[in-house]
Design a protein around this ligand. Structure first.
Ligand code: ATR
Length: 263
């Protein structure tokens, strides 16, 4: 029998996850279905309970429900605990919650973009949920991690939760250089970018924006500064592959899927 999965969010119509998991299923021969479900803003728990009753095996969770997904998880992975957010649920009698976002980011940078992070000076911009999800997987690469935020108190709070993170505001970055700069802020949605000082990009630096499907001001700025630029489409596919692995125990080949979505 076909095992059923879904992605739950609000809004959800834009989600590429059903297409990604369909491609994974075709490639691996796994017999699954995967649909997008919009839960009412006050109806996340009820939606999850309905899916479990109907026999779904798991789901992905996206904005704005990742914290609620964390709360309803009876069992949580280490990376879900540090992120305080869950994007992947597995229903196995109980509810297991994991967070594959940060692992997806690191895999995209290291495997797909070929940038080994160990020893690299990495700047993570933003101190919201996206940065909490990325911090532990980034630290595990043994990079040197600075987290900068407009509201510096939030960067300081994040740094106090993770050994080895250096917090900063944007102005104090002046005079430093980074090998990888990651935009985990939501500024691109408003066609804005963090107020970065000049000359932050080291020679051959990578500028990574977690957004995809649009050229953000940060990406244009990085391009003009001579950096190599990547958007978040690869991260999206990699976090999905990691979820697929949690559910199915097999890891799809992501490159053909990323290429197909780019077209
Ligand atoms: P998410 O869960 O997507 O990370 P969030 O928790 O609302 O969303 O966090 C948004 C992040 O983007 C914050 O770090 C925010 O900075 P502040 O904490 O100072 O608000 C950052 N952000 C949003 N718009 C920004 C802008 N125009 N310039 C700089 N940072 C911005």
């Amino acid at each position: 029998m076909t095992d059923r999965y879904a992605v739950i969010g609000h809004p959800i119509s834009h989600s590429k996850s059903p297409e990604i998991h369909k491609l994974f299923a075709e490639q691996t021969g796994e017999d699954i279905s995967y649909v997008a479900i919009e839960a009412p803003l006050d109806g996340f728990r009820e939606t999850i309970e309905r899916l479990r009753r109907e026999g779904y095996k798991g789901c992905n969770v996206t904005v704005p429900f990742k914290f609620q997904a964390f709360e309803i998880s009876g069992q949580r992975s280490e990376r879900a605990k540090t992120a305080q957010a869950v994007n992947t649920l597995k229903f196995d009698g109980g509810i297991f919650g994991d967070n594959t976002d940060g692992a997806g980011l690191v895999r995209d940078i290291e495997k797909n973009l070929g940038v080994r992070l160990q020893g690299k000076r990495v700047l993570l911009m933003g101190a919201g949920g996206a940065s909490y999800g990325a911090a532990l997987p980034l630290l595990q690469t043994h990079c040197l991690l600075t987290v900068a935020n407009r509201t510096v108190e939030k960067a300081i709070r994040l740094a106090s939760a993770f050994d080895g993170v250096v917090p900063s505001n944007y102005a104090d970055l002046r005079g430093q250089q980074f090998d990888v700069i990651i935009n985990a802020t939501s500024s691109g949605l408003a066609d804005e970018m963090p107020d970065l000082p000049e000359a932050l990009f080291a020679e051959g630096a990578l500028a990574y924006d977690m957004m995809y499907g649009r050229e953000t001001p940060f990406m244009s700025f990085a391009r003009a500064s001579g950096a190599r630029v990547a958007d978040g489409l690869g991260m999206l596919v990699e976090q999905a592959a990691e979820a697929f692995f949690i559910w199915r125990g097999t890891r799809p080949d992501t490159l053909p899927v990323i290429e197909k979505l780019r077209k």
